[in-house]
Design a binder for this molecule. Structure first.
Ligand code: COI
Length: 355
């Protein structure tokens, strides 16, 4: 893994748009770097990727993914170390996960060199766009779309793989309040909950809009049979600190195998903290809150990193957690993870890819 250098045709912009960015005040998902990468799949193989100026796409209204959602994506981040070198965090894990999503959605797998080396060269070209302020990064969005011009329902034969990048600040700038969802369902056995298929996110918009109107930030999704076991929060994996243990739902086909989730579990285990990956019921959380054992709760994801949860509401039971600033585990994890990502600490797990 990791030694190929792909020969990519690069067409550069005439003039960078970098001055559009207020480096100290960057919102998530609003600005896009100067270049993008595109590769096309047809006749059973991927054509060589190209890097070109960021531009709008011109597609037929009959393009498959518009109608049937054969579309998947990933989220990766690059950080700048103290010498100004960009470091991409765990891109191989995103590459593998993208291919698991592709398989489930009847889409072709992306070769390693297009995904990894393409991303590396794109980030290298736009390295001025990797911000340096605390809590900032370059969010990298690889995605694949089915682009047959055909509105019959069958797996497409032509696909487009694109990578765009976007300088990003914190996804949440405050701890979040969560509503336990027992009306809508995110994922069910045999479904696509473990993928980053566009539809998983599209279907969450309405339920999320509903609880936002009620004053909550995000949903805690529960299982579709009994609404008893927790799955994920919003678009993130979820962790709870109960007593001296950290618990998180075990990976099934209903849970996204988060790269941040795995990093958190690894760092906790390195520190000797017990992590249990298992079923977690709402009853257990309510009982732990009552007895004072529910000490911390947080979401993990590439975009938000570690998102502390200050309150969890289940029907009429509003469970307030102790003040976030006193939390030991989530606050330690946030710093530890940032130290590895920004190259301030030895990367003993080989997580960062130098550009
Ligand atoms: C991530 O944490 O990377 C996510 O999946 C959220 C993203 C859809 C904005």
């Amino acid at each position: 893994m990791g030694s190929t250098t792909l020969d990519i045709s690069i067409k550069k912009i005439d003039k960078s748009r970098i001055e559009e960015i207020d480096a100290l005040n960057i919102n998530f998902g609003k600005h896009y770097s100067d270049h993008m990468l595109i590769a096309y799949y047809e006749n059973g193989h991927w054509n060589p990727p190209e890097i070109m100026p960021f531009h709008n796409l011109y597609l037929s209204p009959a393009t498959t993914f518009f109608h049937y959602g054969q579309a998947i994506f990933e989220g990766v981040k690059a950080y700048k170390d103290a010498n100004g070198n960009p470091l991409i965090f765990r891109p191989y894990d995103n590459w593998k996960r993208m291919n698991r999503s592709a398989l489930r959605m009847a889409m072709p797998e992306i070769p390693e060199d297009i995904f990894i080396d393409g991303m590396r060269q794109l980030v290298n070209l736009d390295k001025n766009w990797v911000p340096t302020a605390d809590d900032t990064s370059l969010y990298i969005r690889p995605f694949m779309l089915a682009i047959d011009e055909f509105i019959g329902v069958r797996p497409a034969e032509k696909f487009m793989f694109i990578i765009i990048t976007s300088p990003a600040g914190p996804y949440y700038n405050h701890p979040v309040s969560i509503y336990v969802q027992d009306k809508y369902v995110r994922a069910f056995p045999g479904g696509i909950g473990f993928t980053k298929a566009a539809g998983n996110y599209g279907m969450s918009m309405y339920p999320t809009q509903e609880i936002k109107k009620m004053g909550y930030d995000q949903i805690l999704w529960t299982d579709g049979f009994e609404h008893k076991y927790v799955q994920e929060i919003g678009t993130m994996n979820v962790f709870f600190v109960i007593g001296d243990k950290v618990v998180t739902p075990n990976i099934t086909d209903m849970i996204l195998e988060g790269v941040t989730r795995d990093s958190v579990i690894t760092l906790l285990k390195d520190k000797g903290i017990t992590v249990e990956e298992r079923l977690i019921s709402i009853d257990e959380l309510e009982a732990a809150h009552k007895s004072g054992e529910l000490k911390e709760a947080f979401g993990t994801g590439t975009a938000a990193s570690i998102a502390p949860i200050y309150a969890l509401t289940y029907h009429d039971d509003k469970m307030l957690l102790p003040p976030v600033e006193n939390w030991e585990i989530a606050n330690w994890l946030k710093k530890e993870l940032a130290d590895v990502r920004y190259g301030r600490k030895e990367d003993i797990h080989g997580w960062t890819l130098k550009v």
